[in-house]
Ligand binder design. Structure first.
Ligand code: ZN
Ligand code: ZN
Length: 400
């Protein structure tokens, strides 16, 4: 995940603006300073591609983990204390702002061992550090619903944004829906009505860039983009590209080791207990949204921005070929097609005829099935990704 590789993969995916990630890490920050050129608008580009108007733009971003215990009312925990584990994204407008954040964080903990460092102070303190580095910094709770490390997580999260950020809540303008939830699910929770929903890759490897994305109608400019997120500028978010939430690894409830997957209803019937090992199951995103929801699915769909659900092209090719994503044949076909057109263009825009021109008719059909939502999905649970299959009947229908 070095910067030239991120840039090359962003192009292959069809991403125009990508996060640098990991700006708190000294080695990565040094690489940011050495390999990126500022564009004068709070965004950056590879120095080697500075003259190329089509080169992907970079925003200075990082993810941070706050793990801390705090006093809570006895109604929340009989011990009167609860451990919180929250991941947050920070966006920064300049190298100077990043340097200030990094200096403060290096004073408070270890920034050397991990690209996503862990601190023992609260997410609210982190927000204060970011805003004192620059009022134009933005903090966004990451993958907001995942059980273990998120603001609303069933294991160590909160029930409201206010509980987490207190008198700083007005500075929280957005949350990241994460791979296991989508905008329709989030809009069932009316307390999030003024909160923007964004979607990001959460990539840990270059090929996983663009698993999700946010589509802006805004100037390619740091302040234009952050004010679109704040819903305050002329720019706006038009829609998001989403992972099928069922495919996310914390969508349903259950125990991975016991091979037990439960729907929210079954979890309630079982009083949260695993029928196999009789311990508490890991309550996933679907149940957790259900718990805080006060709107019907129909109302929520009406309230949500339009979004499109994607299956990564490598997975589509793998399913069609009946081989693993990492196998040579799948990788070769993926690289061959994405040399011709970028992945988003292939997944979203190419006509049936155009798809058949560049790839096999089986893969072309499978892409059309994904667009139509004609899939068979085994939901993910307790850290295990869901699996996706093109429904046999649909695939046959499309093969003319
Ligand atoms: Zn995270
Ligand atoms: Zn179990």
């Amino acid at each position: 995940m070095d910067l030239p590789t991120i840039s090359a993969w962003a192009r292959r995916k069809g991403i125009h603006l990508v996060g640098t990630g990991d700006f708190t890490h000294p080695a990565h920050f040094k690489a940011i300073e050495e390999t990126l050129a500022p564009l004068g608008n709070g965004l950056f580009v590879l120095k080697t591609e500075a003259d190329d108007a089509t080169a992907p733009r970079f925003m200075l971003t990082t993810e941070i983990s706050n793990i801390y215990a705090e006093d809570v009312p006895l109604s929340i925990s009989p011990k009167g204390r609860k451990t919180r584990k929250i991941h947050s994204l920070i966006f920064a407008p300049s190298i100077e702002a990043v340097r200030k954040i990094n200096t403060e964080l290096a004073r408070l903990g270890n920034v050397n061992s991990d690209g996503r460092p862990i601190f023992g102070f609260s997410a609210k303190e982190l927000l204060k550090i970011a805003l004192s580095a620059s009022p134009d910094c933005m903090l966004i709770p990451a993958h907001a619903w995942t059980p273990w490390f998120s603001i609303f997580g069933s294991k160590s999260g909160f029930n409201t944004i206010e509980e987490c950020f207190g008198d700083m809540t007005r500075h929280i303008h957005a949350i990241e829906t994460g791979l296991s939830s989508d905008p329709q699910m989030n809009r069932r929770v009316s307390m999030l009505d003024n909160i923007t929903l964004i979607s990001n890759s959460d990539a840990h490897s270059p090929a996983k860039l663009g698993r999700e994305a946010t589509i802006f109608e805004a100037e390619m400019d740091y302040l234009a983009i952050t004010s679109a997120i704040e819903q305050q500028g002329p720019g706006r978010i038009v829609s998001t590209l989403e992972f099928f939430p069922e495919e996310g690894k914390y969508h349903s409830d259950g125990h991975r080791d016991c091979g037990v997957r439960l729907t929210p209803k079954k979890t309630i019937t079982a009083r949260g207990i695993c029928p196999k090992c009789e311990r508490q199951v890991t309550v996933g995103v679907l149940s957790r949204v259900e718990e805080l929801a006060d709107r019907s699915e129909e109302e929520a769909t009406a309230a949500a921005l339009p979004s499109k659900k994607l299956v990564p092209l490598q997975e589509i090719i793998a399913v069609t070929m009946g081989r693993g994503v990492g196998t040579k044949g799948v990788q070769k076909e993926y690289m061959r097609i994405t040399d011709i057109a970028d992945e988003f263009n292939i997944l979203l825009d190419k006509t049936e005829d155009e798809l058949r021109d560049i790839t096999s008719s089986e893969i072309a059909s499978a892409i059309l099935c994904v667009r139509a939502g004609d899939l068979e999905i085994n939901p993910g649970f307790d850290g295990q990704f869901g699996t996706i299959g093109i429904s046999e009947a649909a695939a046959q229908r499309l093969l003319v």
